[in-house]
Design a protein around this ligand. Structure first.
Ligand SMILES: [Zn+2]
Length: 124
């Protein structure tokens, strides 16, 4: 009935091989409710007191150091960090200001007869 050797707890118990998480195991057990309605009873190994099947989703880094490690592992070149993007926005705004001022100067020169209206075309 047992067939070939499979390394499962149930089969080991049937064979009489002791199970380190048996009924007398003193450690903390997972108390998650199973689909059967009974507590899970697997050894709880996560900080939340649940087993690896019932631990739930990660709640993210807890410390500044942990967050930094995570960010470092996800950063390839840093060109799109908040700081770099803010710098790029500032440069773009600077360019818009300069172009706006040049446009004002151009209209002033045209209005006062220093430049022809299509002066760019005659340039070359
Ligand atoms: Zn569990």
């Amino acid at each position: 009935m047992l067939g070939g050797f499979k390394k499962t707890t149930k089969r080991n118990l049937l064979k009489g091989i002791p199970w380190r998480f048996g009924p007398n195991w003193p450690g903390k057990r997972c108390e998650a409710k199973t689909r059967k309605g009974t507590p899970c009873q697997r050894p709880a190994k996560l900080p939340v007191g649940r087993c690896r099947l019932h631990g739930g989703a990660s709640t993210g880094p807890r410390t500044e150091e942990g967050l930094k490690r995570l960010a470092d592992s996800k950063t390839k070149h840093g060109r799109f960090t908040k700081i770099e993007r803010a710098k790029a926005r500032a440069r773009a705004e600077q360019g818009r200001i300069i172009r706006r001022e040049l446009k004002e100067l151009e209209t002033w020169f045209i209005d006062h007869g220093h430049l022809k209206k299509n002066w760019r075309k005659d340039w070359h």
